[in-house]
Design a protein around this ligand. Structure first.
Ligand code: 13P
Length: 250
């Protein structure tokens, strides 16, 4: 079994101005050698400043979305190459909030992820079911379909991370049971191995949705959970630090 590098990823969503860079400084001071990969995806306006703040450390910086095209008449959008130029190494694609707010389809997410790869970025491709879909027993079908449709053909363990984020667990304080997380992650792993072989075995699978310092350890002990994609609790150095420490110990 290949060892998959553990990844604690923070998604700041539409939060943070320059004042929030102090959280990064605190995090770096408290966890100079975190024991796992640490990534923060701030709003696009902070990517460059955060990359500068993280210089000389192992902290990784990412974007939260990119356009599928290299450049062009797309007012307000940011390309993958622009994120890379600003100092990003990763970009989140297909977050459920973008699928909901901007109507992004699996095909869009695949195109964006291909654009990320072309720019040398690691794509963190998000999938997850609604509460209604879970209650009607469609979770594995929905997530499997999103995985198949959103992950590019040329995905490798080096350029792709998959994040399972049940929509009903995002920002709600509700977390699936450990059995439910294991069921989805094991199914995703099987699908990735069936499609990508050894690369699928080596691809990281993150869990996201109300991960906090208090529940992180038990989630990280679940099979095929290689880290977390954290929203609210990534905004404060003390909380994200607790999650990083739990992952380092897992
Ligand atoms: P919360 O951790 O705030 O539930 O958000 C999860 C998420 O959407 C990360 O991308």
């Amino acid at each position: 079994m290949p060892t998959r590098p553990k990844l604690a990823a923070g998604n700041w969503k539409m939060n943070g101005t320059a004042a929030a860079l102090s959280e990064v400084a605190q995090l770096l001071a408290a966890h100079p050698e975190p024991g796992c990969q640490v990534l923060i995806c701030p709003p696009a306006t902070l990517v460059h400043r955060m990359a500068v703040a993280a210089e000389g450390s192992d902290m990784l910086i990412g974007g939260q979305d990119c356009h599928g095209a290299v450049s062009g008449a797309h007012t307000g959008d940011v390309s993958a190459a622009m994120l890379a130029d600003a100092g990003a190494s990763h970009v989140i694609t297909g977050h459920s909030e973008r699928r909901a707010d901007h109507g992004e389809t699996d095909a869009d997410v695949r195109t964006k992820s291909e654009a990320a790869h072309a720019a040398g970025l690691i794509a963190i491709i998000c999938i997850g079911e609604t509460l209604a879909q879970r209650e009607t027993g469609e979770t594995l079908t929905v997530c499997g379909g999103q995985l198949d449709g959103s992950v590019p053909e040329a995905a490798t363990a080096a350029n792709t991370v998959v994040a399972y984020e049940p929509i009903w667990a995002i920002g709600t304080g509700k977390v699936p049971t450990l059995e439910q997380i294991a069921e989805v992650h094991d199914d995703l792993r099987a699908r990735l191995v069936a499609r990508f072989g050894d690369e699928g075995e080596a691809m990281r699978l993150l869990y996201g949705g109300s991960v906090k310092p208090a529940n992180a350890s038990e989630i990280f002990a679940v099979s095929n959970v290689d880290g977390a994609l954290v929203g609210g609790a990534s905004l404060k150095a003390a909380d994200f630090g607790g999650i990083i420490a739990a992952l380092a110990d897992a």
